[in-house]
Design a protein around this ligand. Structure first.
Ligand code: MG
Length: 159
């Protein structure tokens, strides 16, 4: 078994929606990012790569590479999952914390969980999404952006 953690932040910018855990949700702002700025999937990639001892998302998908401009971050997760699969790893479980005052995740939480389970090739009961605020403190509290933390456990592929 191997454990990994990930953390990511993106700032709000012009726009009317953001993507978290592969789910687009209406918001009064957009996200400033090279890709779609999905902090959940970016933190998740870092947790997966960390658990496997494979560095971080910036090493594999540099934001200076035009190849990754504007792509859906689910592409990053699928690519990382292939890297883990060839090395004999499957996901045991993933636990995600989204840190933001806005938007509120409640209406999207089931869909986020379903999307993450699909991307990771696990059951929905192996994925958990938590949401918290910073009690109006700091840049997240001032609603300047959104952050996510991820913890992932990898297990050897059965058989
Ligand atoms: Mg990021």
């Amino acid at each position: 078994m191997r454990i990994g953690t990930g953390f990511d932040v993106h700032a709000f910018g012009p726009g009317d929606s953001i993507v978290l855990a592969g789910v687009r949700m209406a918001h009064s702002r957009g996200i400033i990012a090279h890709s779609d700025g999905d902090v959940v999937l970016h933190a998740l990639c870092d947790a997966l790569l960390g658990a496997a001892g494979l560095g971080d998302i910036g090493m594999h998908f540099p934001d200076t590479d035009p190849l990754w401009r504007g792509v859906a971050s689910s592409r990053f997760v699928s690519t990382v999952m292939e890297m883990l699969s060839v090395r004999g790893w499957v996901v045991g479980n993933a636990d995600i914390t989204v840190i933001a005052e806005v938007p509120k995740l409640a209406p999207y939480r089931l869909e986020m969980r379903r999307t993450l389970a699909q991307l990771l090739g696990v059951g929905e009961n192996q994925v958990n999404i938590k949401a918290t605020t910073t009690e109006n403190l700091g840049f997240l509290g001032r609603r300047e952006g959104v952050a996510a933390q991820a913890v992932v456990l990898l297990a050897p592929k059965p058989g």
